[in-house]
Design a protein around this ligand. Structure first.
Ligand code: 5AD
Ligand code: SF4
Length: 449
């Protein structure tokens, strides 16, 4: 059948869509770019915040209209929202034929057959404790970066977070299998690998920990950069910092979710670290990897957050000076501990005001941190034409900063030396260094390992 697959949410969902493509192609299904060419419309959904749900319900409304005109269109809701709102979707959205959670993708061919052949609805909610899809080779879209999920699920149960309920228990993939995937990725021409997990610190497979895995992936010939997301501040392995500092292929960027700077809020969130422990960790990271860039996630308006708590969060942001931050208003998620135990008592307008303040403060910090880059020369991995001006390129530094520049000789996947000559809040601008400029030889990495 002809399948249209739309992905919402995080990188893990992007990766899962690559798995879904692979599973369905191996059952002779094909993929189309336009919804109006499709016989099956699949939405791979996200449940992390309320606005993710709203976007998907909006999309389902579109599909309702379409299904009136095309009666045999099969509609499937997959992924986190499917797992989280399975009854609601099954009962209240009569247009939905298939509902399948993140551990059920291998059953999709069966579910599609059932829904298209006999008109029966197909549902599969099971969360497996073992499924890692390590036997499936994801079908990636061509590009510069390839994601590899090294583990699935999460056991941390932060009280605001739905992930432990939508993705189930934490399980790590075998390192040999991950390294084999990295070899395939390199052979396909990808230059960068990003290792994905809800909490990569707890990656463990027999004797191997996450630092060992990073080193093994970095040894893969053809892979020039290795990134990861995300670690948890509570159990950040010091060994990983030393490994990162010593290995030039391991990118000097850490996404370290703060969530809140107030001890009482952190406690209610079940983050299991204090403000001071977070600050000490940042100092240690910067002492071991001085050139590191740090980014974060912050939630404002969590249950019981007072003005004083919020000021503490701003205080940590100002003290740490993250290079950039993702900032969110708290939204209660079904099944979570916070939704069951705490009142969502910060008024919506206060959440909005706090979010605006966070954004203002972070914008000034990002500007300041970017401004000091002017004059520096960075090796930039060319990614794609710049969105604003397709004559220019967007690339990234090792620290994951976006750089826009002009170079008529470059192409995606090249490494070029760029001198930064202007800095904005979100991106840097630069010019290719012509003095001594050279495209780096592609095979230098064998000397690194
Ligand atoms: N409300 C708001 N933000 C949330 N996040 C996770 N759950 C919620 C929620 N219920 C944010 C956290 C997390 C990021 C991926 O999404 O900051 O790190
Ligand atoms: Fe959610 Fe916390 Fe797990 Fe991250 S570590 S996925 S925030 S429960």
């Amino acid at each position: 059948m002809k399948i249209f697959l739309e992905t919402f949410g995080c990188q893990m969902n992007e990766y899962d869509s690559e798995l879904i493509r692979s599973i369905l192609r191996s059952h002779q299904h094909t993929f189309v770019e336009q919804l109006d060419q499709a016989e099956v419309a699949l939405l791979n959904t996200c449940a992390i915040r309320e606005n993710a749900h709203e976007r998907i319900y909006h999309r389902l409304d579109d599909l309702k209209g379409r299904k009136r005109r095309q009666k045999n269109l099969v509609v499937g809701v997959l992924g986190c929202m499917a797992q989280n709102l399975r009854q609601e979707l099954a009962e209240h959205a009569p247009i939905v034929d298939i509902v399948a959670g993140p551990d059920s993708y291998k059953r999709l061919p069966l579910l599609i057959d059932a829904a298209s052949g006999k008109g029966a609805k197909g549902f599969d909610f099971s969360l497996s404790e073992y499924e890692t899809y390590s036997d499936i080779a994801p079908q990636r879209q061509p590009g510069v970066n390839a994601w590899i999920a090294i583990m699935r699920g999460c056991d941390n149960f932060c009280t605001f977070c739905v992930v432990p309920y939508t993705r189930g228990r934490e399980r790590s993939r075998e390192p040999q299998n991950i390294v084999a995937e990295a070899h395939r990725i390199a052979a396909e021409g990808f230059k960068q690998v990003t290792l994905l997990g809800q909490n990569v610190n707890s990656y463990r497979y027999e004797q191997s920990d996450f630092a060992d895995l990073m080193e093994s992936v970095a040894e893969v010939f053809g892979i020039r950069r290795v990134r990861f997301t995300s670690p948890h501040p509570k159990d950040f392995p010091r060994k990983l910092l030393h490994t990162m500092a010593a290995n030039p292929k391991l990118c000097k960027h850490i996404h370290l979710p703060l969530q809140s700077g107030s001890d009482s809020v952190l406690d209610r969130m079940n983050r299991t670290y204090t403000r001071q422990e977070f600050l000490d960790l940042v100092d240690e990271i910067r002492a071991i990897i001085p050139e590191v860039s740090l980014t974060t996630d912050v939630i404002c308006g969590f249950c019981g957050e007072t003005d004083a708590d919020f000021e503490e969060t701003l205080g940590v942001m100002q003290r740490v000076e993250f290079d950039s931050a993702f900032m969110f208003k708290y939204s209660p998620r079904k099944q979570t501990i916070a939704e069951r135990k705490f009142a969502d008592d910060v008024p919506e307008e206060v959440k909005t005001q706090r979010l605006m303040r966070l954004i203002d403060v972070q914008r000034e910090i990002s500007k300041k941190r970017n401004a000091v880059e002017v004059g520096n020369v960075y090796e930039v991995l060319v990614e794609e034409p710049s969105k604003k001006n397709s004559d220019e390129w967007l690339g990234r530094t090792d620290q994951n900063k976006g750089v826009v520049f002009f170079d008529d000789a470059a192409k995606p996947g090249d490494f070029v030396q760029v001198r930064i000559n202007a800095a904005g809040t979100n991106t840097l601008r630069g010019a290719v260094e012509r003095n001594g400029w050279r495209r780096l030889p592609v095979q230098t990495e064998c000397c690194v390992s």
